[in-house]
Design a binder for this molecule. Structure first.
Ligand SMILES: *[C@@H]1O[C@H](CO)[C@@H](O)[C@H](O)[C@H]1NC(C)=O
Length: 368
């Protein structure tokens, strides 16, 4: 059967070839019209009356056998045989047209009929992914670019011409750069540095709008996870730690505790406490590396010293530093944050006064 159709079609072309084309007519119709919609009055268009259509056994010949358009001889008109989807028929090819022949017998005549299928904006843009995720270090510099995939619109012409917007624009702006191949590179560009301690997760909305009438839009959410860098030093929770130490305090007594916190996360926020004092102090006191407790190791003798200064460092695993001023010292004790340039760590100075009834004697402050 198929070979018969092939033979039939070939034979018909051979016959047609011997007759000249009598005329040509073009129509254009929008895609997606319901079955049975009028394409045009071919009787009127070609100046063939209804009788001639009948006597000539007028018929429409579509080369590829797809019957999108049919002839109603009684009314002299061309009708759609089915709903025509331009995207299925032509994809991105423009113009999209059906090339048909109107064939008549007695005498044999044929007419070229072109039916152009006009795009309607029946396809919204669509993004290749349901959502976009980025993990961006808070150390990313201003101007850093992050590639975004373009949306796809199956329509053609202005119906597929997309414009984009990105919101909010606090940290990122959208950049579209036309390429030589006509494509556009879409990127989001960092315009304000990220700060994980301020905002760990960012949610942005990328919108694509086509140029159709009415416009169709599509959106995709962009999730940005801000990765930590060790940009925060540990900070002691108090600027001044005060402690007094009664004479004859037993060994292993916890005198006080120091505590620092770090706004970073993970290992960048793990704090270890150290004593970096010199001399006697190291024999008398220790700091618990994890808890920050200051513990008496030996026995403090008021006669030897009425005041001790302990240098205590809080270090995170990145060893960040900052500075502070040494405040005026309280009568009994004082503590302060001080920058240690060598170790690049936070230091708290804890001054311990060995308490004695003769208060005046304990007021011989020793400064660093
Ligand atoms: C088409 O045109 C022919 C000739 O002008 C006319 O006789 C016929 O009524 C028309 N058909 C329709 C459906 O308008």
């Amino acid at each position: 059967m198929a070979s018969f159709v092939m033979w039939h079609a070939t034979a018909l072309f051979m016959i047609l070839f011997r007759y000249s084309v009598r005329g040509h007519i073009s129509y254009s119709i929008p895609e997606e019209m319901p079955k049975g919609s009028i394409v045009g009055n071919i009787s009127q268009g070609l100046g063939l009356d209804l009788k001639r259509l009948k006597s000539g056994k007028a018929r429409i010949f579509a080369g590829d056998n797809t019957e999108f358009v049919g002839l109603n001889k009684e009314r002299g008109i061309l009708l759609t045989e089915e709903k025509i989807d331009r995207e299925a028929l032509c994809a991105k090819t423009t113009p999209c047209a059906l090339h048909l022949q109107l064939i008549l017998e007695n005498p044999m005549e044929w007419y070229d009929v072109t039916v152009e299928i006009i795009d309607i904006n029946d396809n919204a843009p669509s993004f290749p992914k349901g959502e976009i995720t980025f993990e961006i270090s808070e150390s990313a510099v201003i101007g850093a670019r992050f590639m975004l995939e373009n949306a796809i619109d199956l329509d053609v012409g202005s119906n597929s011409h997309l414009s984009y917007s990105l919101k909010p624009t606090d940290n990122f702006v959208l950049s579209l750069q036309s390429q030589t191949d006509g494509d556009r590179n879409m990127e989001m560009v960092l315009q304000k540095v990220l700060d994980r301690e301020n905002k760990e997760q960012l949610s942005l909305l990328l919108t694509a709008v086509d140029g159709g009438e009415p416009q169709l839009t599509s959106t995709v959410r962009i999730h940005v996870t801000v990765l930590d860098i060790n940009d925060n030093p540990p900070v002691f929770n108090q600027r001044v730690y005060k402690a007094t130490l009664p004479e004859n305090t037993p060994k292993d007594t916890v005198i006080t505790s120091v505590s620092a916190s770090d706004a970073d996360e993970g290992s960048n926020a793990i704090i270890t406490y150290y004593m970096s004092s010199t001399g006697d102090v190291n024999d008398l006191f220790m700091v618990d590396a994890r808890s920050g407790k200051i513990i008496l190791k030996g026995s403090a003798d008021f006669e030897k010293a009425s005041r001790y200064q302990l240098n205590i460092q809080a270090r995170d695993q990145g060893g960040l530093s900052d500075s502070c001023k040494l405040p005026w010292v309280a009568l009994y004790s004082y503590a302060c944050l001080k920058r240690d340039l060598k170790t690049s760590a936070y230091i708290v100075l804890l001054s311990l006064s060995v308490w004695n009834t003769e208060i005046r004697r304990s007021s011989q402050n020793v400064f660093l």
